[in-house]
Design a protein around this ligand. Structure first.
Ligand code: ADP
Length: 400
């Protein structure tokens, strides 16, 4: 079956068409500036040439139409008609407490996703627009929602409750939800598979280090803790997000700079992290490593603070699970940035990771970093959220 995987943002739409029998990507692309002047689409049939062109996309329905046009295009297309698409998998950011796994989309599900919009006001409405657009263009094609939060719904209360008056949880459902769940699930599963073990027998720490970044503790197959919280702002220092900090900083900064709460949160989301810490040098880890090598001290400090925080979380989650068998690095930085991994390695050796500096130089592929016989196996496992979404979509639509 051919599965269209969609990830809709407020003004963007990322897509992949995946053949679920071979798990090969047939084509992928990105629509940008939807509803804004200068909207454009980049489309790449795998093995073919990437095309980028301006295209009028006043809304997401127009963008989905454009994607179908490209997929069925005589030259750049990979299918002959819309009918070849057997199902659509939608990435949905927030499933609140309603969804602990992916679901086939119907009106009740749409209603429930709407209900979670309070928790992700930028993302869920965009995801819903994508779903509605597909319903209009491909009526009758089964669709599945795969939630970023779902995998973490197994966390126990002690991990997901904040130390706030309980009434705020009761009234507003303020709690830790966690994100990147599809990736933490995929990577922990694959790590066990590579080691020839059952995930149910392992305590795994997954470090998803991309632009956004989070760590999770996966104990015997279930997420028992994760570093992102009510929103993706909590936890690690990220590309542009601050991660953990004293909440009193918010009002302090608001008063000093004459800002309102939304403006301070915007700074914490968009101008902080390694971008802020490096005094604006970059949010991209490749740039930062280069800058630090060329003597930019602040870039060096940003990288050190970043790695230190990752190391601390690994220690915390080893404690949370009362042990750890596997530590897996994934996403852009975790998969590719050997320098950052080497910096993190300084804080986790006591666990018995025995990371081989030579193997740690390998980038972008599955590799076991630890020496043979290490007490804790440290490894790189490239994530593939689109494939995970396609697999869930097939699993659920074949049943229904
Ligand atoms: P997103 O959260 O946007 O999906 P990614 O997982 O793509 O982020 O991660 C982006 C980060 O990965 C960037 O900081 C980038 O520098 C880093 N990265 C990607 N490829 C490489 C590479 N080959 N070497 C070093 N760092 C890389």
């Amino acid at each position: 079956m051919k599965v269209l995987v969609l990830n809709c943002g407020s003004s963007s739409l990322k897509y992949q068409l995946i053949d679920s029998d071979t798990e090969a990507v047939l084509a992928k692309g990105l629509c940008e500036r939807i509803g804004i002047d200068g909207s454009c689409i980049s489309h790449q049939p795998v093995g073919g040439e990437k095309v980028k062109e301006e295209a009028d996309m006043p809304d997401h329905t127009a963008a989905v139409k454009m994607v179908i046009e490209k997929l069925t295009d005589e030259k750049a297309g990979v299918i002959s008609s819309l009918e070849e698409i057997g199902a659509v998998g939608h990435r949905v950011v927030h499933g609140g407490e309603d969804f602990s796994e992916a679901v086939v989309i119907d009106e009740a599900v749409i209603h429930a996703i709407e209900g979670c919009s309070d928790l992700a006001p930028l993302h869920n409405p965009a995801n819903l627009i994508g779903i509605r657009s597909c319903q209009a263009i491909m009526p009758g094609v089964p669709m599945v929602a795969v939630f970023d939060t779902a995998f973490h719904q197994t966390m126990p209360k002690k991990a997901y409750l904040y130390g706030l008056p309980y009434e705020y949880y009761r009234k507003y459902k303020i709690r830790r939800y966690g994100f990147h769940g599809t990736s933490h699930d995929f990577v922990s599963k694959r790590a066990a598979q590579i080691l020839g073990k059952d995930r149910k027998d392992l305590k795994i720490i997954v470090c998803h280090l991309g632009n956004g970044a989070s760590v999770s503790a996966v104990k015997y197959g279930e997420s028992v803790d994760t570093s992102m919280g009510l929103t993706p702002l909590e936890g690690l220092i990220m590309g542009t997000r601050s991660g953990d900090m004293d909440p009193a900083i918010l009002s302090f900064l608001a008063e000093k700079e004459g800002l309102d709460a939304a403006q301070v949160i915007e700074i914490c989301n968009k101008k902080s992290g390694v971008l802020g810490l490096s005094d604006g040098a970059s949010s991209d880890f490749r740039d930062l490593v280069l800058a630090a090598e060329e003597g930019n001290e602040q870039a060096g400090h940003a990288l050190e603070a970043y790695a230190y925080r990752v190391g601390k979380y690994i220690g915390a989650y080893a404690a949370a699970m009362n042990g750890v068998d596997v530590i897996a690095f994934t996403a852009g930085v975790g998969e590719n940035n050997a320098e950052v991994r080497a910096m993190v390695a300084q804080y986790i050796g006591y666990l018995g990771t025995n990371i081989d500096p030579e193997r740690n130089r390998i980038r972008g592929e599955e590799v076991i970093l630890s020496d043979e016989g290490a007490k804790v196996v440290t490894m790189v496992v490239p994530t593939n959220e689109e494939l995970a979404i396609a697999r869930e979509t097939v699993r659920l639509t074949k049943k229904s």
